[in-house]
Design a protein around this ligand. Structure first.
Ligand code: SAH
Ligand code: SF4
Ligand code: F3S
Length: 446
């Protein structure tokens, strides 16, 4: 708390782990808290400036959970120094671990599950008045955390959730257990939120869901392709992105919509997870290497400039040398612009956790390194092929290391660096690529 001009100011700090859905949820929580007088501290503010500290957690891999347990430990000392501090856990680990978190760490004041985001202010106010512990992790399958105020962090780019939950149950994944079944927002609510964001000055929106292609399969009010077209038409929107697409149901209509849409960006994040049919089956991904390749051919025929990115997991139970060799061949054939690579992490409660033939840690690491080496070379080669091309960049601002070098993204979601002249954040400029690298493209404004 700070007293400014005789008035008390209260501050909340969020530590956010995991995916964009968690970033978006935190913006919704911050919006609600602002309404009861909590200002959100910046991400680099010290924890001891906060009156309310919330860790919005991720449970997708053990490493994500370890980080959170580390932070919970750190905050124990802070709470001793500042007993008035309110400390809560939200997000996917809160959903998964529920009251066992408080048993393990009694300095946690509340644990709120993933479908309880809209209860946050009530919980905080109860604790302000009576202290004590609150745990609420019922996973409602119907409620949508819609309609409340949103305190967006970015100035140009807005996260817009279009659906919550996942029905796919890939055998390695905890998400369906901690986020519940798929629930789509009504198309008019999504469009309204995009319109409001544009009215506030946002140029770009990213439509979020664990599998956006399943959008609308529950309420049948619009398909994902129809939603994309509606959002594309919002007056003043400059760029529309979306994630994540599951390869099993990326429809021709969606591909056509991207090809024809004015503001729909030519970038598809299409996680394949693995490049052999043996493992795709064990992972319950319900497509084959062959059907995936066909899909990629279709995308590239219809949208030649599209960039394609993916997620890959090595070390899934039962992975053989032969599987892994197929995976490397697959990567060389598809040639992704970039890939997020993960080591398989056992998640208790998922089918894969009890499968036989768990892969040795050393082998997992070795395979991860081999995979990254192959992919990095491909990423570099693809970027090198962009030498001398001119790309539209949305100007974001100075880069982290050098104030004179500014940064932005292409429609294909590549990071571009250029020397700053008089551009302002939110400008759209053309940049000629002069120095392509693995992760960034350096260029000059033309
Ligand atoms: N819904 C999205 C992604 C959700 S999680 C999709 O289906 O693509 C993000 C990524 O984490 C996944 O794509 C997967 O590559 C990875 N992941 C999920 N569970 C994992 C686990 N148990 N171990 C390692 N990586 C995992
Ligand atoms: Fe997890 Fe699969 Fe659902 Fe993605 S589609 S969230 S990987 S279960
Ligand atoms: Fe993590 Fe939950 Fe997202 S487990 S990846 S924060 S949906």
């Amino acid at each position: 708390m700070k007293i400014i001009d005789g008035k008390a100011h209260h501050y909340v700090k969020f530590l956010v782990y995991g995916c964009q859905m968690n970033v978006s949820d935190a913006e919704r929580m911050a919006g609600q808290l602002a309404a009861i007088g909590y200002e959100r501290l910046s991400d680099d503010a010290a924890m001891d400036e906060a009156d309310l500290l919330i860790i919005n957690t991720c449970a997708v891999r053990e490493t994500a959970e370890d980080k959170v347990y580390g932070k919970i430990g750190e905050i124990k000392g802070l709470k001793r120094k500042h007993p008035q501090l309110i400390f809560g856990i939200t997000g996917c680990m809160a959903q998964k671990e529920s009251d066992s978190l408080i048993k393990r760490a009694p300095h946690i004041d509340f644990v709120l599950g993933t479908s309880k985001v809209h209860e946050l202010t009530k919980v905080v106010q109860e604790i302000e008045q009576e202290r004590g512990h609150i745990v609420d992790t019922d996973l409602t399958e119907t409620e949508l955390p819609d309609g409340g105020p949103i305190a967006r962090q970015g100035k140009l780019s807005a996260w817009i959730p279009i659906m919550y939950g996942c029905n796919n149950f890939c055998t390695y994944c905890i998400v369906p257990y901690v986020r519940g079944r798929e629930r789509s927002r009504r198309p008019e609510d999504v469009v309204k939120e995009v319109e409001q964001a544009v009215a506030q000055g946002y140029k770009e929106v990213t439509l979020l869901g664990q599998n956006v292609n399943s959008y609308g399969k529950d309420h049948k009010l619009a398909t994902f392709a129809e939603l994309l077209k509606m959002v594309d038409k919002v007056e003043g929107i400059k760029r529309v992105r979306f994630m994540t697409s599951h390869p099993k149901d990326l429809s021709d209509e969606v591909i056509d919509a991207i090809a024809e849409g004015e503001h729909l960006c030519e970038h598809i994040h299409l996680p394949v997870q693995y490049g052999s049919n043996h493992l795709l089956k064990a992972m319950n991904r319900v497509y084959t290497v062959e059907s995936y390749k066909e899909l990629v051919q279709k995308i590239r025929a219809r949208i030649p400039q599209a960039s394609l990115t993916t997620d890959l997991i090595v070390g899934f139970p039962g992975e053989t040398e032969d599987d892994f060799a197929q995976m490397l061949d697959f990567l060389k054939e598809i040639r992704y612009d970039s890939a997020y690579t993960f080591i398989y992490s056992k998640r208790s409660g998922t089918p894969a956790a009890t499968m036989e033939n768990q892969v040795d840690d050393a082998v997992k690491k070795e395979r991860l390194n081999a995979l990254m080496a192959v992919q990095n070379q491909i990423s570099l080669e693809i970027n090198q092929s962009l030498l001398d091309s001119v790309m539209e960049v949305m100007v974001e601002g100075p880069s982290k290391n050098d104030e004179t070098v500014w940064t932005g993204h292409t429609r294909t979601n590549k990071i571009v660096l250029f020397d700053h002249q008089d551009e302002q954040p939110g400008d759209f400029i053309n940049v000629k690529i002069t120095h392509p690298q693995t992760w960034v493209l350096k260029g000059i404004r033309v």
